[in-house]
Design a protein around this ligand. Structure first.
Ligand code: BTN
Length: 264
């Protein structure tokens, strides 16, 4: 069991870069509403590639306008902002790729199995440990991606979880019993982005994305934009869409939220 008073190592750009001898452009903040919003502002003002980290967020954002709980010194709240040289059709693949590299990074440090709940929530056992919010700017005229903000929120210590959240979310330290160096974890994630375009174009990560799924072949509850229904998760297509079977009907979902149906 980890002590509640375990010493906090603060986020440190120099340390992060030192692990892989990298030269990433990293900004470390003490507090900000949202690292995604901070990063977006930098990109709109001419940055080409920047990683924004914050010790806390006062308005952390999740998918579907949900908020992302971001207490001080407790987790990793990072936004990797960059301009990939990719056509529009690759945009949906970015999220699945990032899920895989973050899962690998957590597993490497914590030695626990990390699963992916479509689209991009990372789970340890049956609880969420990380959420990813990817925001892209698209140049439709030239069929190109202008820039991408990959927002990654990871629960590292879980010391400050409110009771309600503790039922559905967990932290790396709780599940692994190991003290996690957030700087090392961030370095691993940033290293995963190396050769980003080549990795996306090769599609090699995709088999691993499917193998890590915690919903395939299971009964799930789907909440789409218009309805909620039960179905079986049949497959994840290489454009990232989820194929589900509702009765005899096959449905392809490109957006929506799913949860595994609890056993009765
Ligand atoms: C989700 O669980 O739906 C996605 C959560 C994404 C949270 C991260 S924390 C860093 C970045 N800044 C934000 O405001 N959101 C993302």
């Amino acid at each position: 069991m980890l002590s509640k008073n375990a010493k906090i190592t603060l986020l440190d750009a120099t340390k992060i870069n030192s692990f892989y001898g990298a030269n990433n452009n990293i900004i470390v903040l003490n507090e900000t509403p949202s690292t995604n919003d901070y990063g977006k502002n930098l990109m709109l003002n001419g940055s080409d590639c920047v990683t924004v980290l914050s010790e806390s967020q006062t308005n952390g954002k999740g998918r579907f306008d949900r908020s992302f709980y971001s207490p001080k010194n407790d987790g990793v709240y990072m936004s990797f902002c960059f301009k990939p040289n990719l056509n529009i059709e690759y945009a949906p693949k970015i999220t699945s790729f990032v899920s895989v590299i973050v899962a690998r990074a957590i597993e490497k440090l914590a030695k626990v199995t990390v699963k992916i709940k479509w689209v991009n929530d990372l789970f340890i056992m049956s609880k969420k440990v990380c959420g990813i919010l990817t925001e892209s700017s698209i140049d439709y005229k030239n069929n190109k991606i202008n820039y991408v903000i990959v927002g990654i929120g990871i629960d590292v210590t879980g010391k400050y979880f409110p009771k309600k959240l503790a039922k559905i979310a967990t932290s790396i330290e709780k599940e692994s019993g190991k003290v996690i160096d957030r700087n090392k974890l961030i370095a691993e994630i940033l290293n995963g982005f190396k050769d980003f375009e080549a990795q996306i174009l090769s599609g090699k990560y995709f088999g691993e994305y499917k193998a890590r799924s915690n919903i395939l072949n299971k009964q799930i509850v789907v909440s789409s934009l218009t309805e909620t229904f039960e179905a079986t998760a049949v497959d994840i297509l290489d454009n990232g869409a989820l194929l589900v079977k509702k009765g005899e009907e096959l449905i392809t979902l490109t957006v929506g939220d799913v949860s595994v149906k609890p056993c009765n």
